[in-house]
Every structure is written in structure tokens, then in C-alpha cells.
Ligand binder design. Structure first.
Ligand code: WT7
Length: 674
């Protein structure tokens, strides 16, 4: 049963009794909102699930299609028992997402509107591009890429920080039908190499260095090491297009491989500022984005063009109540899905003015975000709970020093936002005036799935509230039985939505087993979830071997395999543990080779190996020496016990009698503070 129709009735009755937990939008906000009441949402939602084809094709018609899609509007099989999992939207339709972001908005009169305000790491270092200028820059790069032989369907790896060149590179790929795969510029050489070996790109786009706060990071050196490693594995990259990020590092100081490395500034500006569009099928690939799963190998999440375009644009418009005069800033990096859908595509599809920030929120001090908000008159500010918590610790003074009166909508993403951070965000940052859109979604979903529509219904701090149009969440028990009403279980989705990922690159089998086999008939999200009596959804975190550190998804198996690559480590088990700022911290139990003594030096070198294999953001917060690990008689590590030891919940260890050797638990407890 669709939750909306139930909700609209239940909400009206139940809300009054619970007023303490409810935060109502102001009347003024609701009056001007795209969706001004729960009843209006209910009507639209009802149609979206009863007639998805009609609902989404009406919205899709607002975009430019070189050729209209065929019939049916979508086909789906989400039931593994009925055969191959298959999702297609708007198939047969020919379009181009870059054209829809830029040319279409320019034709609509937005050519001179600012598309991107760029704010550098240092205050005062900034730039901007109008839609016309952005199109010109995108076309020059697109022409260059075509000239070196990149064409439709060719993967391109982009390893760039938050320079304007990052969205430019994504859009240039999209314009010529190439598949971009952005690798977050915090990943290590090995991680880049792994991705290069998986998707075999024609070209790698990077820059020489970046400054993040007081630090300089030499990105080109990292790419050089990655290219050596991939070459050793038989994948040679002919062109490494390198942008000179002058304020971080001068050209002359950059290490260079003649014949392979090309300065962006030497070639790209010479190309024409117009470039013909490659019209692609709605189901042609737009991008690959690697994300962590419960095994060591990252998954290439594969997104296609048409449905992704329609859905990211629509969710952006409604979840942020976007209006043409808004100035929007999302603090996420384009190296993650949030930056794809809600820095590059969603905002530009709506013709929005977008702030792109190179630096970090606490440099030069903890007031930087609010300085930027005031400078550009940001009205929609979208960030992650970890940033909220870290700034909250610095005290209100850094916030209240700035006016922030331009703000009208706040957003949160990446992990459940704890109610105290929610209230601080709302009361201190938003002066009690701004609704918060706590958007639940995933790399795999492409766009928001469960999110408030600000103005339409009251919020409860910590709940992502209700499903977006067309999304049918269900909560199932461990047997896969759908639960009704107030309940708690595993979050699944029972029908497709336009921006769902279509496969894992090169591994449809893994796609099917990871996401569609646990609970046949449904897409399984990997998240636990409660639904309350008002039909609100409360995400409770991952239920698989994935941990969420500062909103970054890290597979425990990846960290473990990095640790065991250390010559003195024979076994490792990694669990997530509550962390005040990061949400979850990485806690690693490490067994050393026979006779190797524990030492501070060894601890550091274990952490270093993780930084080198994955990236600094995956470095363990704690190494716990483990002479042995708690295993069942069949050899399976009992992580439940490790989680309890890590969180010091020793009275909750539960039954340890099924362990092959129960005495390891006492040994671990004895070593807790070593
Ligand atoms: C996982 C997806 C979606 C962009 C950022 C992360 C968690 C994300 C929320 C939220 C509770 C959230 C889930 C999800 N998550 N947003 N608003 N409330 N949990 O993308 O790396 O694909 O991670 O992040 O656990 O499964 P991702």
C-alpha cells in the first residue's frame, strides 16, 4: 500500500499529540513552496506510484529530447525469481544531459546568469562563469577530447579537486557521449590504479596540485604513481591532461612525463567554443562511480542518461524548493555521488547559480562557511552532519558573527543526523527560520529517495521523513516479509525510479546478488530503518559490512585487505565505532605475525599502509592488538563481539560459548588500552 494516502490521514490525527518533536515550517514558507501541504504531496505522490509512466513522462517533456522515447516509458524487473534484473527508462529517447544543463538554459534566457561562483581555498581568491561562459569552456574541452580520439562510450577518469574544471570535465564528457568516472581527489595511487584497471579509460584528467586549508596535496604525483602501477598491469594511458592549478603549484615545479602529460592550458583554450552535441539514447551510460561494498573490490556503479537527468533535476527542485533567484551551495565534492547529482547535474539542469568551493570548512577559521554564505548570498545550503557537528564544537560565535540572512533552506546528507546537531543547524545556523531537508539516498539511487519537501509537512529532527515522488520504500523483516505500519527492519524499495543504477560495471552478476537476492522481489538498500506511527522513516545505519565515516562509505573488507598487505600483519578485522564528529570511526583489530612485538612505530606504519592503499580518509582511528580474533568453529569472525569490545559495551557481549576459543575475548579485553 502506498504510504502517502495512509500518511495524509494518519498525520493529521497523530501530529497534534506529538508537537514537542515536530518542527513546523513557517506559514510564509509553506505559502510560497512548490508543494505547500501534505495533502498536495499526497495527490502528487499517489499519481506517481499509480501511474509512474504518465507522471514521469510529463516531467520528462520539460527537457529537450532530440527524439522522443518509445513505449513503454519504462520496463523493470526487480524480481530475481523472474529472471535477469533489468531497469530501463525512456528507452529510445535521444537526448544529451550537457545540452539540457547548458544550451537549453541559455536558449531559455539564462546565458548571462552566473552558473558557477568559484571560491578558492584562500579567502579573496575567486572566479565565476555565466552559463554562456561555462558552455564555451565545456565545448573547448569536448573538442579537445574528441580530437585525441575520445568518443561515445569511452571511459574517462577524472581526478580533480573542486576547481571549476571538475564540473567542466564532467559536462564535456557528457557532451560527446563519453563516460566519466570521477575519482575523489583524496584517494591514493593504488585506488586510482584499481579503477583504471577496471574501466580502462582513454585519458586521465587531473591537475598538478591543490591546497586544502594549510596543506598542499601533489595530485599529479599520485596520478603518476597510479599510471606506473596500471602500466605494470598492462593498461597504458596515452594522455594525462593536467590542469595547472597555479595557486597551489607552478608548472615548472611539476614532475612531467614527456609525450604523455599535456598541460590543459596549453591545448584546451585553442579549441573552438562551440561543439556539436552527441545525441545519446536515454539508456546510454553517463557515468561510472566507484563505491565500496562488503568485499574488497570497489563497485563501478553504472548510471545512464535519461532517467538520471529527469530525476536529479526534479528532486533538486522539490527537496530544496528551488526557485530561479536562489543561490545554491552544496559542500560535497564532485568525487562523490552528492557532487554528481547535486553540484553538477541537478542544479545546472534547473538553471541554478551554484557555489563551488575548493577549500575546507575550518580554514582560515571555523567561520569560513558563513563567510561564503554571506559573500554569495547563499539561500540553499546543503551539507553533511559531520560538518555540522565539527562546526558546532567550535561554538556559536563563529556562526553568529555572520548575517546568514540569505539562507532559506538547509540540507543534510550522508548519514542520519543526530537530533542535537539537527537542532543546532536549525536554530543557530538557520536562526530557526529554515527548514532542513534531511535527504536519504545512495550512490546507487542516483537521487533523493526519502526526503522532506520543505514547507509541505512538519519535520522531526533525525528523520528523513517521507518518500519522494515515485519511490516506494518498504521495510522487511529478516525473512523478507513486508512489514506494515509502525515497524523496524531492513529498508528495501519495491519498484524502480528513473535514476536507479542499472548495473555494476562489468559485473551484472554482482549487481544481482548484492542488491536483489537478499530479499527477492525488492531492491535492498543495505540500511536498517524504522517507520513510526506517522509513516516517517528513520534510518538507523548500514546493516552490512560497510561503515560510514564522515559520510564517506568505506568497506571494512577494503581496510582489512590494506592492513594485511603489511608484512607484519597476519589478520585484521575492522568494525565501525561511534565517533563524536565523524559519525563512525574505524576500529581495527590486528593480529601480528608470530614474535612481532607491539610498538607505536608499527601502529603508525599500519595506519600508513591504509592511507597508501585507499586514502587518508580511510585511516583507522584505533588499532587494537589482537593475539587472536573471536571466530566460530567454522572460522567466521564474530564481528558482533568485536563491535561490543570496540564500543566498550562489555556487559553486552552475549553468548561467547559458540566461539572456537572463547578465551580470545578476555585477551582482547585485556589489551583494550594498549
Ligand atoms: C549510505 C549511502 C547519498 C550521498 C552520500 C552517501 C547513508 C546517506 C543519509 C541520510 C541516513 C544516510 C546510508 C546510505 N546515508 N544519507 N540522510 N540519513 N543515512 O552516499 O556513499 O552511497 O552512502 O549513506 O547508510 O546507505 P553513499
Amino acid at each position: 500500500m502506498a504510504p502517502s494516502t495512509k500518511n495524509s490521514v494518519i498525520l493529521g490525527e497523530a501530529l497534534a499529540s506529538e508537537e514537542v518533536n515536530l518542527v513546523f515550517p513557517t506559514e510564509d514558507f509553506s505559502r510560497q513552496a512548490h508543494v505547500s501541504s501534505i495533502q498536495k504531496y499526497g495527490e502528487k505522490y499517489g499519481r506517481s506510484v499509480e501511474d509512474p509512466a504518465g507522471f514521469w513522462s510529463d516531467i520528462a517533456s520539460e527537457f529537450y529530447w532530440k527524439q522522443k522515447w518509445g513505449q513503454p516509458v519504462y520496463t523493470e524487473n526487480l524480481d530475481i525469481r523472474k529472471g535477469k534484473i533489468n531497469i530501463e527508462w525512456f528507452k529510445g529517447g535521444k537526448t544529451n544531459i550537457c545540452y539540457n544543463c547548458l544550451d537549453r538554459n541559455i536558449k531559455g534566457g539564462n546565458g548571462d546568469k552566473i552558473a558557477i561562483y568559484w571560491e578558492g581555498n584562500e579567502p579573496g581568491h575567486d572566479a565565476s562563469l555565466t552559463y554562456n561562459q561555462l558552455l564555451a569552456r565545456v565545448c573547448q574541452l569536448a573538442n579537445y577530447l574528441k580530437d585525441i580520439g575520445v568518443g561515445k562510450g569511452d571511459p574517462v577518469i577524472i581526478y580533480l579537486p573542486m576547481l571549476m574544471e571538475l564540473p567542466i570535465a564532467m559536462l564535456a564528457c557528457a557532451r560527446i557521449g563519453a563516460i566519466h568516472s570521477v575519482v575523489f581527489a583524496g584517494f591514493s595511487a593504488e585506488s586510482i590504479a584499481q579503477r583504471i584497471m577496471d574501466c580502462k579509460p582513454k585519458v586521465v584528467i587531473t591537475c598538478n596540485a591543490v591546497r586544502r586549508g594549510p596543506k598542499t596535496i601533489f595530485l599529479k604525483d599520485i596520478v603518476d604513481a597510479a599510471l606506473i602501477e596500471s602500466a605494470q598491469n598492462g593498461i597504458n594511458i596515452d594522455v594525462c591532461l593536467t590542469f595547472e592549478n597555479e595557486s597551489a603549484l607552478k608548472k615548472e615545479m611539476t614532475k612531467w612525463v614527456e609525450g604523455r602529460d599535456i598541460w590543459w592550458q596549453d591545448v584546451v583554450p585553442k579549441y573552438p567554443v562551440t561543439c556539436e552535441v552527441e545525441w545519446v539514447d536515454a539508456e546510454d551510460p553517463l557515468f561510472l562511480l566507484y563505491t565500496s561494498g562488503s568485499t574488497g573490490k570497489p563497485k563501478g556503479v553504472f548510471h545512464t542518461t535519461g532517467g538520471y537527468m529527469v530525476y536529479t533535476a526534479t528532486t533538486f527542485k522539490y527537496a530544496f524548493d528551488y526557485k530561479p533567484k536562489d543561490i545554491y551551495w552544496c559542500t560535497a565534492d564532485c568525487g562523490w555521488i552528492t557532487g554528481h547529482s547535486y553540484v553538477t547535474y541537478g542544479p545546472l539542469l534547473n538553471g541554478a547559480t551554484n557555489v563551488v568551493f575548493e577549500g575546507v570548512p575550518n580554514y582560515p577559521d571555523a567561520g569560513r562557511c558563513w563567510d561564503i554564505v554571506d559573500k554569495y548570498k547563499v539561500s540553499i545550503f546543503y551539507t553533511a552532519p559531520t560538518l555540522v557537528r565539527s562546526l558546532m564544537r567550535e561554538g556559536d560565535e563563529y556562526v553568529t558573527r555572520y548575517s546568514r540572512k540569505s539562507l532559506r533552506v538547509l540540507g543534510s546528507v550522508g548519514e542520519p543526523i543526530n537530533p542535537s546537531a539537527w537542532r543546532w543547524f536549525s536554530n543557530v545556523v538557520g536562526d530557526g527560520r529554515c527548514p532542513i531537508s534531511d535527504t536519504w539516498w545512495q550512490t546507487e539511487t542516483g537521487g533523493f529517495m526519502i526526503t522532506p519537501l520543505p514547507g509541505a509537512w512538519p519535520q522531526k529532527p533525525g528523520s528523513a521523513t517521507l518518500p519522494f515522488f515515485g519511490v516506494q520504500p518498504v521495510i522487511v523483516d529478516e525473512k523478507g516479509v513486508e512489514l506494515e505500519g509502525e515497524c523496524s527492519g531492513y529498508l528495501c524499495v519495491k519498484s524502480s525510479w528513473p535514476s536507479a543504477f542499472r548495473t555494476l560495471y562489468g559485473d551484472h552478476e554482482r549487481y544481482q546478488t548484492t542488491y536483489f537476492s537478499a530479499f527477492p522481489g525488492y531492491y535492498f538498500t543495505g540500511d536498517g530503518c524504522n517507520r513510526d506511527k506517522d509513516g516517517y522513516y528513520w534510518l538507523t545505519g548500514r546493516v552490512d559490512d560497510v561503515i560510514n565515516v564522515s559520510g564517506h562509505r568505506i568497506g571494512t573488507a577494503e581496510v582489512e585487505s590494506a592492513l594485511v598487505s603489511h608484512p607484519q600483519c597476519v589478520e585484521a578485522a575492522v568494525v565501525g565505532v561511534e565517533h563524536e564528529v565523524k559519525g563512525q570511526g574505524i576500529y581495527a583489530f590486528v593480529t601480528l605475525a608470530e614474535g612481532v612485538p607491539y610498538s607505536e612505530e608499527l601502529r603508525k606504519s599500519l595506519i600508513k599502509v591504509v592511507r597508501e592503499k585507499i586514502g587518508a580518509f580511510a585511516a583507522p582511528d584505533k588499532i587494537h592488538w589482537a593475539p587472536g580474533l573471536p571466530k566460530t568453529r567454522s572460522g567466521k569472525i564474530m564481528r558482533r563481539i568485536l563491535r561490543k569490545i570496540a564500543s566498550k559495551s562489555l556487559d553486552e557481549l552475549g553468548d561467547t560459548s559458540t566461539l572456537a576459543d572463547p578465551s580470545v575475548v578476555d585477551q582482547l579485553i585485556a589489551l583494550a588500552d594498549c
